[in-house]
Design a protein around this ligand. Structure first.
Ligand code: G3P
Length: 217
């Protein structure tokens, strides 16, 4: 399973890249707003830093304008993946842009039927938002399992990119279900390493080691 980082903060991406944890990056208008940066400038910097796909989202609502924005965003770098919303216009833009050879991530997916439409429109990635489904008391991970089954039934090549990840369990469940990609906020990614038994175990080893009076270096 690939790990994308869900942020537009250059320093966070750089830190995680040093650990080999960045197979790609996803951004959206809210993350660009949080960064306080110009979308074209910050996206270019991210593309220069990361080899994998970098999702940059269109902000128009008509297919025609989404296509124009997508073409402009795609000029930033070869690893740009144009992100479009899961609307009829977004699907139209997806079809045109993928036919032109661009990578397209269809975002704001909340149902299996929406994911089916995105695959039919040739999406490179489908982004189901699991956290936002959990927020309204619908298990987001059930949707990932449904999409996995549907895509496997018909050998769709669209990759399932689990988004709106809020917990470490979302990551575990994505891996168990067989999602292709999980895009994780840096704070959640850092929590993946934590376990109280690891911390307690290390403390015990350090106390005993001190009693030996030895050094390795
Ligand atoms: O990848 C989509 C993500 O940024 C949305 O997350 O937590 O705002 O639902 P959230």
């Amino acid at each position: 399973m690939k790990f994308f980082v869900d942020t537009a903060e250059i320093s966070e991406i750089a830190e995680l890249k040093d650990l080999g944890l960045v197979d790609g990056v996803t951004t959206n208008p809210s993350l660009i707003m949080k960064s306080g940066r110009d979308i074209l400038e910050v996206t270019k910097e991210i593309c220069d830093l990361v080899d994998g796909p970098v999702s940059a989202e269109v902000v128009s609502l008509t297919a025609e304008d989404m296509i124009a924005e997508g073409r402009k965003l795609a000029k930033i770098a070869d690893n740009i993946c144009v992100k479009v919303p899961l609307t009829w216009d977004g699907l139209k833009a997806c079809k045109v842009l993928t036919d032109e050879g661009f990578k397209v991530n269809v975002t704001l997916c909340f149902s299996a039927n929406q994911a089916l439409l995105a695959a039919k429109a040739g999406a490179t990635f489908i982004s189901p938002f699991v956290g936002r489904l959990d927020d309204i008391n619908i298990d987001g991970m059930d949707l990932i399992a449904e999409i996995r089954q549907i895509y496997d039934n018909f050998a769709f090549e669209t990759e399932i990119l689990v988004a709106s990840v809020r917990t470490v369990n979302h990551v575990t469940q994505s891996a168990i279900i067989g999602a292709d990609v999980v895009t994780v906020p840096p704070a959640v990614l850092k929590k993946l390493v934590e376990h109280p038994l690891t911390a307690n175990g290390l403390e015990g080893f350090m106390k005993d080691w001190a009693k030996t009076g030895q050094n390795i270096l």
